[in-house]
Design a binder for this molecule. Structure first.
Ligand SMILES: C=C(O[C@@H]1C=C(C(=O)O)C=C[C@H]1O)C(=O)O
Length: 373
């Protein structure tokens, strides 16, 4: 489908107040869309359905799905040169009240860590900025053009609202029995080089995430491969990343169990998980809803053509059908609500965190999204 027709179809869907998602995976050009044919709020209880899932931070609340069976799928290609909208150079005010609240929240977190009750907690805030007469699809296109290595999406349901984001973090990918999980944490501003020094604080907070993931998957996987810790760029920021890959031991693994043993990981919640989550729910002054939840393709049938090598020539005729799941953590995102955009940002706190720097980190993270407004 050509780009114009793609966006016309999605705009019509939005006008008709029908649910949809449009998205592009990291470092690819395909932009996919799922346009749901009814207005129902579909839920997946067992994670066996096939569709696009949108799950909240708090696992007490259900995961929403746009099911393949009730949706029309559309596809286009987006090249950076398609961008014909320019950036505005708006300035945004931050308010002392928000800053004071966040700094006090961080101090509270540090105190609990120093008392030994928590090891790490990720604390966040919601910032409201004015949003007037803007075309959400041009914002989506700016996200596509600006953040080519992110998972970029725009998701809508009339009963929930409209979300947009460009996340650098994969939660879980599964194809057949092969899986891949990312441990991403630690943040510093990007100043033109990936060759940077990381402080112990960041190294430790990222290691917590890797260890947590390994502990939670070890009983049901084999052939685990853990990458070195690498510095990766996401917009104007750098993070530390470890990739964990392997094979699930059983064909009949329980995807829901695996997912909720991981989610929310210490990249967005903390350690120990339950205590950190309670602290977050009781002390942040807003409801995260879908920020730091997860989203993406669930049990989508993909056609895989075997590689063409001399040895494989006889295989070329077969196109294999495989079920694939590719889920991302909902970060660097915003929710549009009438004339307002809510931007959600947070950061990991450990015993050596500095409250003022933690505030600055959330300001830098908010720029990722503000840049396209
Ligand atoms: C919580 C966020 O990001 C997470 C926290 C990070 C950190 O504490 O350094 C880094 C990447 C993400 O795992 C966010 O972007 O809002």
């Amino acid at each position: 489908m050509v780009l114009d027709d793609f966006f016309k179809a999605v705009a019509q869907q939005y006008k008709n107040k029908l649910p949809f998602v449009i998205y592009r995976k990291p470092n690819t050009l395909d932009v996919k869309g799922m346009l749901q044919k009814d207005t129902a709020l579909h839920i997946t209880e067992d994670f066996k359905a096939s569709g696009f899932v949108f799950a909240p931070f708090d696992d007490k609340f259900p995961a929403i799905i746009l099911p393949v069976q009730y949706s029309k799928q559309i596809l286009t290609t987006y090249k950076q040169s398609n961008l014909n909208t320019s950036y505005s150079s708006k300035t945004f005010n931050t308010y002392d009240k928000e800053k004071n609240f966040h700094i006090n929240l961080v101090k509270k977190g540090i105190n609990l860590i120093k008392k030994g009750e928590l090891q790490k907690v990720v604390l966040s805030r919601k910032e409201t900025v004015a949003f007037q007469n803007e075309d959400i699809f041009s914002i989506f296109q700016k996200l596509l053009a600006t953040y080519t290595s992110a998972f970029v999406y725009c998701w809508y349901h009339p009963e929930i609202g409209l979300w947009l984001g460009a996340t650098p973090e994969t939660l879980l990918k599964i194809e057949d029995r092969n899986f891949s999980i990312m441990a991403l944490a630690g943040t510093q501003n990007y100043n033109g080089t990936l060759n940077v020094v990381w402080q112990n604080k960041e190294i430790k907070e990222q290691q917590f995430v890797t260890d947590f993931i390994l502990n939670n998957i070890k009983s049901r996987v084999e052939n685990i491969k853990v990458s070195n810790v690498e510095t990766v760029k996401a917009g104007n920021l750098l993070h530390l990343r470890t990739l964990i890959k392997g094979r699930l031991s059983s064909q009949n693994f329980n995807l829901k169990k695996l997912l909720y043993d991981l989610h929310p990981t210490p990249a967005v919640c903390g350690l120990p998980k339950a205590l950190a989550k309670t602290f977050i729910l009781e002390n942040e002054n807003y409801n995260r809803t879908f920020y730091t939840g997860f989203l993406g393709e669930l049990n989508i049938e993909a056609t895989v053509t075997p590689r063409t090598g001399k040895r494989n020539i006889e295989n070329r005729a077969y196109a294999l059908k495989r079920k694939s799941t590719q889920l991302y953590v909902n970060l660097r995102c915003m929710e549009i609500n009438g004339n307002e955009a809510f931007i959600y940002v947070g950061g990991g706190i450990t015993d050596t965190s500095n409250p003022e720097s933690e505030w600055e980190e959330t300001v830098s993270k908010s720029m990722v999204v503000k840049k396209v407004l």
